[in-house]
Design a protein around this ligand. Sequence first.
Ligand code: FAD
Length: 568
Amino acid sequence: GIGRPGVSTAALLLTAASGGGLVAYADSAAESAPEPSQNAPKKKVLVLGTGWAGTSFLKNLDCSQYEVKVISPRNYFAFTPLLPSVTCGTVEPRSIIEPIRRMFEKKSKDVTFYEAECFKIDASKKTVHCRSAVGTNLDGNGDFLLDYDYLVVALGATVNTFNTPGVLEHCHFLKEVEDAQKIRRSVIDCFEKASLPNISEEEKRKTLHFVVIGGGPTGVEFAAELHDFLVEDLVKLYPAIQEFVKITIIQSGEHILNMFDERIAAFAEEKFQRDGIEVATGFRVVRVSDDLITMKSKSVGEEVSVPYGLAVWSAGIGTRPVIMDFMQQIGQTNRRALATNEWLRVRECESVYAIGDCATVSQRKIMDDISMVFKMADKDNSGTLTLKEIYDVLEDICLRYPQVELYMKSMHMLDIADLIKGAIGDAHKESMVVNIEEFKKALSHVDSQVKSAPATAQVASQQGNYLAECFNKMDKCKEQPEGPLRMTGGSGRHFFRPFRYKHLGQFAPLGGEQAAAELPGDWVSMGHSTQWLWYSVYASKQVSWRTRVLVVSDWTRRFVFGRDSSRI
Ligand code: FAD
């Protein structure tokens, strides 16, 4: 339940400042909602994708209220944060996936799953074109059409090669479970190849040069896993060739892990230097051939080519073709992801919602919104508001921005009284008017910018959860809207509070039983103890007891017996 604590604080602060005499709060006009009918057929909800966003939506949705259909070409959910661990056999692939039908076994009466790919969204006809890999129709193709009342697009993202020549043909990617399995086989292939007789030293060096392109969390974690695999297992199994092994990370920015706190980036770079992992910063890869990676120095502009045995490209995420096609239909061109409003509805598109990596919430500055709310309230353009008006405005702002609400709650009563006293200035108590500019100045103490949410599992699952909650209370909120006043598109209130991302921190495993973590409140933690924190968080975040037990037993197996280097 989302209450209105900000209003009671606002009421208190206004009471304190005006010496009582508070005008009673009356909810502004709710939108007229259609009468819910007892026997109306259930609305059809179609969910595209069973990744972090899609499964979080489905888990939290009260599926008995809707007719739910789900489409995905993979009939399982993959716990992507552990994909780098799969590349070297620290964790087995089946330990990090959970079958979709098992996940929603208890909801199977209300949820229908189709293993198929969606290749076209037609929002004007409210239909989605799908294709199964297995031909089911008379003409042998597996195409079919599904209609919807509400569409939830949770298709994730694809890799972004930035059209760099040769990347698609010669590099590995690390997005799917199959990618991690392929990398694992190729790493072992390199070691077996380099162990063959009649291989020159130069060829050995080339074959055992592992290059990671992209110094973000995925690339860094893969490099760290590979290094561990090497020093903990492979040196014992391939002692004759260990001196030829080299790992390089190529990063176009100044530092690796540049989305983390700079202390973490520095710690990672120092650790990698000690481990002998080369970090080439300030280089952009411009070409990849079957045996050479060519990169260009950003400062000098000079090109350098390095021979390699295996390259993993993890330099950014791109748009899936089906999303690109949909964006073109609705006029959202030249974007990486679908733009949604703060309620996660695709802009200019009724009944279509987008969550996770395929979407971005258009963010506005808090103070811009606050100014707009004041402008709307100041109908006579006098630059002042009555207490009743300012009371409504505060309630609206608290609904839009939980951090304003928190700020108000955390303030001492005295400060609040001062704040209001300052804002009211010399105005007579009887007229109870507040100077808008003064009041805005007082509010600008609050964190003035909403940070845009990154493309992470954390954001995707919070969005899925939020949207499911909105769907669950759709009928109730149509009658009693709980959102802020509409700034555009009609009068009255929004049905729901807007989505707000709550950052819970992030990890970067760095190998050698060490990790770094950035926790809320500017906390940074690094070293061995953080690795144990990582183990406990990732064990607890598993989507089922089955995968939790499998993952923990894989970790234990690795501690006791080492990793399996068989090439299967
Ligand atoms: P996805 O999880 O990618 O799901 C997309 C779904 O859509 C899949 O089920 C897919 O099969 C389906 N699909 C694709 N195409 C179609 C189609 N045409 N029709 C129907 N269905 C389709 N984030 C973190 O927060 N912490 C981490 O530690 C972390 N580590 C990561 C490590 C790796 C190696 C990777 C690749 C990512 C990592 N991420 C991490 C990011 C995180 O995985 C993504 O942000 C998250 O998966 C996004 O969720 P999503 O549901 O939008 O997309």
